[in-house]
Write a protein of this length. Structure first.
Length: 518
C-alpha cells in the first residue's frame, strides 16, 4: 500500500489495559501479543493485507484526519467499502471470520469518524482482509498461501554478500520494501526514498538506488534511471519529485545520471546499444538544459536556483540566489564525457568529438571561474559575491573529477577534505570548525550518503585509494551501528531525520561490496 495513515488499528480503544506489549516482525509478517491474546498481519501482495487474531480489534479509518468526502458503507454481509478521498484510494474491508460492527459519524456529505469493531468467534479467531484499489475491486483469493516472503529471501540471495550481517539485512529490507509497482504517475516500478514520510521518488536519489541493484535487478535499475525522463519537457528539464498522485517541478536535482551510467557500465555488461539509444537523446536534452536555462549571467557556468537543488540549506546558499556551485559543472563535465562515449558506441562520431570538446572547455571554465588558488568557491550568479566563512562540502565536490583535475588543485582539495570534513563517522557536510555548523543541521553538518558515494568514487579515480577506503569504512560502520537514516550526526554518528532512507541503504550496500567492508 502506497498511502500513509489511512487505516489505524487499535486493540485498546477504551483504555481497558489490553494493549499489545510484544511486537515482532519478519519481512512479510508482524505478530503482536498482549494481555488478552495476539494479532498477526501479513502481506500477500503490494495492495493487500490480512489481519487475524484471537482478541478484539478496532479499525479506525483516516485516524486523526478530516477530509472532504470520505465515506464508508456496507458492501454485503461482513464487507465494508472505505473511500479515502484525501489519499485517492478506496479500501475493501472483508471479515472472513468473526463478528463486526460499524460505528460512524455521517454528516450528510462525509464520514467524520468511522471505526469497525471486530471480535473473534467464540473460542476461535477473527480474520480480516484489507485491499487497496482505485476504480474496480477484484476479490482476493482467500486460499492463498501466506508463507515467509520468497521475494525478500531472493533479494538477499541474489545480492551476493556472504554471511549477511544484521546491517546488511536491514539495508536490503529498506531497499526491497520501498519498491512499488507502476501506478498513477509512476509509469515504471519505482524505489521510493522511504516508506515513512518521504514516500516519493526524487530525481537524483534514484541514481544511487540504481547503483545498488544494478548487479541483481538490471531492469529495475534501468527503470530507476529512466523514470524521470518519462516526464521530460521538450526543452530538457525533468521533475523534482514524482509519486503516484503528484509531480513537482519547483526544483531540479544535480545531473548525476551521466556519472551513474559510467559507474554501472564500468562494472556491468547489460547496458547495450538498445539502452544507450534509449537514454542518449533524453540525457543530451537534460545536459543542454543547464546551459540554455540555468546560466543567467551567460558566463558558461550553470547555476542552482535554490539549495533544494543541491544541498538544501548548505551554508554557501546563505547570502542569496542563484549560486554557481562548483560541483555542478564538475558533474556536467563527466556527463558530457559519458555522452561522448555513448555517441561513439552508437556510431555518432562527430557528436562524440563535440561532446569531448565541450567537456574540456567546461573544465577550463570551471577552473578559471571558481578556483581561487587554494579552494573552490560557490559565488552568486551575476554578482559573483561569496558567502564568507562557509566551509561547506559543496565546495569540495569537484573531487568527483578525479584525475581530470590538475595535481596542485587535487592535493589542495584532498587535504581540505581530510582536515576539515572527515570525522570518525564520515564526511561532515559542513566542517565542525565552521561557524555555521549544526549537529542536526541537515546540510549544515550531518553526513550524507550520496556525497559520500560521489567523493569516494572521485578519490579512487584520482589514486587516493587509502583515503577512499577509510571514508567508505567509516560510513559503513556508522550506518551499521545507527541504522539506514536519512543522515547522521557528524560527531556522534547518531541517525537523524527519516530512520529508513533508501539512498543510505543503497550506498551502504555499494560501499560494503566495493571496499570489502566487514
Amino acid at each position: 500500500m502506497n498511502s500513509q495513515n489511512v487505516i489505524g488499528i487499535t486493540t485498546d480503544p477504551n483504555g481497558s489495559g489490553s494493549e499489545l506489549v510484544d511486537i515482532r516482525g519478519t519481512p512479510s509478517r508482524v505478530t503482536a501479543k498482549g494481555n488478552n491474546g495476539r494479532i498477526e498481519f501479513d502481506f500477500p501482495g503490494t495492495e493487500s493485507a490480512r489481519l487475524q487474531g484471537n482478541q478484539p480489534v478496532t479499525l479506525v479509518c483516516n485516524p486523526g484526519q478530516e477530509t472532504a468526502y470520505d465515506s464508508i458503507f456496507r458492501q454485503g454481509e461482513n464487507r465494508w467499502q472505505f473511500n479515502s478521498f484525501a489519499h485517492d484510494r478506496q479500501y475493501m474491508i472483508t471479515i472472513e471470520r468473526g463478528q463486526c460492527e460499524l460505528q460512524q459519524d455521517w454528516d450528510g456529505v462525509r464520514t467524520v469518524e468511522a471505526a469497525i469493531n471486530i471480535t473473534p468467534q467464540s473460542n476461535s479467531e477473527f480474520e480480516c482482509y484489507i485491499q487497496e484499489f482505485r476504480g474496480e475491486w477484484i476479490p482476493h483469493n482467500n486460499n492463498s498461501e501466506y508463507a515467509e516472503s520468497p521475494s525478500f529471501d531472493s533479494w538477499c540471495r541474489n545480492y551476493g554478500l556472504n554471511d549477511l550481517k544484521e546491517a546488511d539485512r536491514l539495508a536490503l529490507y529498506v531497499t526491497w520494501s520501498a519498491v512499488v509497482n507502476p501506478d498513477g504517475n509512476l509509469m515504471r516500478p519505482a524505489m521510493l526514498m522511504s516508506k515513512n514520510w518521504m514516500n516519493s521518488f526524487w530525481s537524483w536519489d534514484n541514481c544511487f538506488n540504481a547503483l545498488a541493484i544494478s548487479g541483481i535487478h538490471p531492469q529495475l535499475a534501468w527503470d530507476q534511471l529512466m523514470l524521470p525522463f518519462e516526464y521530460q519537457t521538450p526543452h530538457g528539464s525533468v521533475p523534482d519529485t514524482i509519486n503516484d498522485s503528484e509531480i513537482t517541478w519547483n526544483f531540479v536535482k544535480p545531473p548525476v545520471e551521466g556519472w551513474t551510467l559510467s559507474w554501472i557500465m564500468e562494472r556491468m555488461d547489460w547496458i547495450g546499444c538498445e539502452e544507450l539509444g534509449e537514454i542518449y537523446e533524453p540525457l543530451q536534452r537534460w545536459t543542454n538544459w543547464w546551459f540554455n536555462y540555468r546560466d543567467d549571467d551567460d558566463d558558461g557556468i550553470p547555476q542552482y536556483n535554490h539549495g533544494n537543488e543541491c544541498a538544501d540549506n548548505a551554508s554557501c546558499f546563505g547570502h542569496g540566489l542563484p549560486i554557481e556551485a562548483p560541483g555542478l559543472p564538475a558533474l556536467l563535465v563527466i556527463q558530457m564525457e559519458v555522452l561522448a562515449d555513448i555517441a561513439g558506441k552508437l556510431g555518432r562520431n562527430d557528436s562524440a568529438t563535440r561532446w569531448i570538446d565541450r567537456a574540456d572547455d567546461l573544465l577550463d571554465r570551471l577552473l578559471d571561474h571558481s578556483w581561487t588558488g587554494d579552494r573552490f568557491i560557490a559565488p552568486q550568479s551575476g554578482t559573483h559575491e561569496i558567502k564568507e566563512g562557509t566551509q561547506s562540502l559543496v565546495n569540495v565536490r569537484p573531487l568527483i573529477l578525479g584525475d581530470r583535475l590538475p595535481n596542485d588543485i587535487w592535493d589542495c582539495l584532498v587535504n581540505r577534505l581530510r582536515d576539515k570534513h572527515l570525522t570518525q563517522y564520515g564526511l561532515a557536510s559542513e566542517s565542525p570548525e565552521s561557524q555555521y555548523y549544526k549537529s542536526d543541521g541537515y546540510w549544515l553538518g550531518p553526513i550524507w550518503a550520496p556525497v559520500t558515494m560521489l567523493i569516494t568514487d572521485g578519490l579512487l579515480r584520482g589514486g587516493e585509494t587509502e583515503l577512499a577506503t577509510e571514508i567508505a569504512h567509516r560510513f559503513c560502520r556508522t550506518a551499521a551501528e545507527h541504522g539506514m537514516a536519512e543522515n547522521f550526526d557528524a560527531l556522534s554518528g547518531n541517525g537523524l531525520r527519516d530512520p529508513a532512507h533508501t539512498w543510505t541503504a543503497s550506498v551502504y550496500l555499494v560501499l560494503r561490496q566495493e571496499f570489502n567492508h566487514d
